[in-house]
Design a binder for this molecule. Structure first.
Ligand code: C5P
Length: 312
């Protein structure tokens, strides 16, 4: 979806020299165009996969897309909700990162593990046993420890703390957590509630994402794009970010379709801890692994019969 974290550089006022250097390097790139590019890439990849599934029959592909996107337009409109929320979330994350110390942001953003579980219970009627709730708390704590320790090792934030507004950052991160949980579970509900493939759903999501991205591009950088062109400032690193955003988004969709959002939280936590090995990291890692084990323990028979299924 739209990646607000690279939409606009912070104002130079109140930002220290290191940040000014970063800004100078980023300045040539019109970041809103990269956001659009990531959405377009996602849609094109999905179209290619659908085409391959239809054995390269262009007519069949076009007809089936017309049916699932235009004829069943009510289904398509449903995707506007997560698209808008993800856009909001990605931009709020940028506000949060600019206003909070990095470690505070990293830790508080992990609260999305808990909001995701909460929305899964409320919207998907998932039932979580007490031990699974405890495992999620353990997971949150494990990742938080790892994040704090990692940030502690780095040099202090490049942002001058006088330019940061803690309250604004905190509100932004809390809303991001709520929106991450809600949008993820809403998307999961749509994906699992119909026979349409994950690729068709991503085309629908990407259509809204592209429209919103174009709107943002026109609003923020319209004049510059007209003057310098869409691809102005694209370096190989920018392409890496774009590919990461596009294929990362598709990976999220596949994980949500074949597993669920709660398990996605476990998977991303693993990816956070996997490269670090020392004492505190080992403690965090053991907590995360313990959480995975506890979460996957079979449920008590009474709970299974009353709810008809597990969380995964
Ligand atoms: O932090 P969280 O796990 O909620 O982030 C999910 C990310 O995946 C968001 O940046 C969202 O834009 C992206 N996404 C996507 N395509 C999907 C689902 C999520 O690009 N189908």
């Amino acid at each position: 979806m739209t990646g607000g974290n690279f939409t606009k550089a912070p104002e130079e006022k109140g930002v220290n020299r290191a940040q000014s250097e970063v800004n100078k390097k980023l300045k040539p790139l019109l970041c809103t165009s990269a956001v659009v590019m990531a959405e377009v890439l996602k849609v094109l990849t999905c179209l290619l996969i659908i085409l391959l599934q239809k054995r390269l029959n262009v007519k069949d592909t076009a007809l089936s897309l017309f049916d699932s996107i235009v004829v069943q337009y009510k289904d398509t409109l449903k995707l506007a909700v997560p698209s808008l929320i993800y856009t909001l979330q990605n931009n709020l994350q940028y506000i949060a990162i600019s206003n909070l110390p990095a470690a505070t942001f990293q830790v508080t953003y992990q609260l999305k593990i808990l909001t995701t579980a909460l929305f899964s219970v409320l919207m998907l009627r998932k039932s979580l046993s007490k031990i699974q709730w405890v495992s999620l708390l353990l997971l949150f704590s494990g990742v938080a420890i790892v994040q704090v320790q990692q940030e502690g090792k780095k040099e202090s934030s490049v942002l001058d703390s006088s330019s940061q507004n803690y309250m604004v950052g905190l509100v932004a991160v809390v809303i991001s957590c709520l929106s991450s949980g809600f949008a993820g579970v809403y998307f999961e509900k749509i994906l699992k509630g119909s026979s349409a493939s994950v690729w068709v759903r991503n085309v629908q999501l990407g259509v809204f994402g592209t429209a919103l991205g174009l709107l943002g591009m026109w609003w923020n950088d319209g004049t510059d794009i007209a003057k310098n062109g869409f691809f102005f400032g694209y370096t190989s690193m920018v392409w890496c970010v774009i590919f990461n955003q596009a294929f990362g988004g598709l990976l999220v969709a596949v994980v949500v379709k074949y597993a669920d959002n709660i398990l996605k939280g476990f998977a991303t936590s693993f990816s956070i801890i996997v490269f670090h090995v020392d004492l505190i990291f080992t403690v965090g890692a053991v907590m995360v692994i313990g959480a995975v084990y506890m979460y996957s323990l079979p449920k008590a028979p009474s709970m299974l019969s009353s709810t008809g299924g597990g969380a995964s």
